[in-house]
Design a protein around this ligand. Structure first.
Ligand SMILES: NC(=O)C1=CN([C@@H]2O[C@H](COP(=O)(O)OP(=O)(O)OC[C@H]3O[C@@H](n4cnc5c(N)ncnc54)[C@H](OP(=O)(O)O)[C@@H]3O)[C@@H](O)[C@H]2O)C=CC1
Ligand SMILES: CC(C)(CO)C(=O)C(=O)O
Length: 332
């Protein structure tokens, strides 16, 4: 199958990274859906990506709009939106689809499509209103179009139009049904061809849980304390909380059939390689934006209740970070 037209919907830290890399290759016809000052900057000066080890940034010019209706149907759509930004964008994304268009969704935490074609949890096709209010994503995009994407990559929009990578990481892609489909291979080939580090998996749900061990702990703790990853890791009391949350993630993940390739100790070790990163939740806190709480913490607690697995530490964190989010959005 041929993938030429690619739209990145939400060209922020990770979406913008992928857009810049793809646009660096002539074969790809890349457009982005962005908004606000970031969109204005991309239109006037292009999109700039500074990689961790690069002296000079990669600079690209792409078609950029805040109105997806101005774009034609695409061969591939990649979303770089936060979990709570997806439902309001459902209609815009749906307008970019034609027969065979797949939608790669870069997301931390439990995604709206999680139980689609799941054979291990005993909850196949379960939908969560808190992730997909009124089932809009399910209805307008449809879980069959989704390719799951887990990102091991720290990135930040440091000023409008400018993205910085904190380390050169990788992206893991997988079909919800677990097949190594021709679509999956073709998409991985296009992204790899653009210089991104891509792996594919037959078990994207387990990859989601392994990543969540880090995000359910580090992201809310970083927002509550305003600490960088390295500062959290240097504090034994905070690391005690991190390790308790990681154990809760493992217990809930086990209860829905996830297969954890690494222990809590190894996952902690892996997190150390990220360095002095501001987590995406801390970036949103500082920017006065809504925090991505439900997929990372709320769903852990909700799935703990569904499977009768206690999550007392995550429940406490959920209450604290939810109040922080309210105050932050009020400007306090
Ligand atoms: N950043 C990171 O280091 C990592 C992030 N992740 C995960 O990846 C996903 C994407 O995160 P990240 O790249 O940080 O997100 P960002 O917040 O950096 O980017 C999202 C972008 O989409 C824009 N946007 C939101 N809604 C719309 C809309 N309707 N139309 C046009 N633009 C829109 C936002 O604009 P605005 O700013 O105005 O809201 C923002 O520019 C999240 O699930 C995150 O947890 C995973 C690993 C690392
Ligand atoms: C902590 C980090 C960078 C790990 O990749 C992340 O996933 C996030 O900031 O949301």
């Amino acid at each position: 199958m041929s993938i030429k037209t690619i739209c990145i919907y939400g060209a922020g830290a990770l979406g913008g990274t992928i857009a810049a890399k793809l646009a660096g290759r002539e074969d790809n016809d890349v457009s982005v859906v962005a908004r606000g000052a970031h969109l204005d900057a991309i239109r006037s000066h292009g999109l700039s990506l500074r990689e961790a080890d690069a002296e000079t940034p990669l600079k690209v010019h792409v078609t950029a709009t805040d109105d997806p209706k101005t774009l034609p149907p695409q061969d591939l759509v990649i979303t770089g939106l936060k979990g709570h930004q997806l439902p309001p964008a459902a209609e815009g994304i749906a307008g970019l689809l034609k027969q065979g268009t797949r939608v790669v969704m870069i997301l931390n935490g439990i995604p709206w499509w999680y139980f689609h074609r799941d054979t291990r949890s005993g909850h196949a096709e379960l939908q969560f209103d808190e992730l997909d209010p009124g089932g809009r994503l399910w209805r307008l995009i449809g879980p069959d179009r989704v390719i799951g994407c887990v990102a091991y990559q720290g990135a930040e929009v440091v000023s409008p139009g400018e993205i910085r990578l904190s380390h050169n990481g990788r992206f893991v892609l997988g079909e919800p049904c677990g097949e190594m489909s021709a679509y999956l291979s073709a998409i991985a080939a296009v992204l790899t061809g653009a210089g991104l580090s891509i792996t594919t998996t037959t078990d994207i749900r387990s990859e989601i849980w392994s990543k969540l061990m880090g995000n359910a702990a580090f992201n809310p703790i970083s927002a509550l304390t305003r600490a960088l990853m390295t500062d959290i890791m240097a504090d034994p009391a905070l690391m005690d909380i991190v390790s308790k949350v990681m154990k809760e993630v493992r217990a809930v993940g086990d209860a829905v059939g996830a297969d954890f390739a690494m222990s809590v100790e190894r996952r902690l070790e892996q997190s150390r390689h990220i360095g002095g990163v501001r987590t995406s939740m801390l970036q949103d806190l500082i920017g006065g934006k809504a925090l991505e709480i439900t997929p990372l913490v709320g769903m852990l607690v909700a799935l703990g209740r569904l499977t009768a697995v206690p999550t007392p530490v995550s429940e406490t964190i959920l209450a604290l970070v939810t109040q922080l989010d309210r105050e932050n959005r009020r400007g306090n």
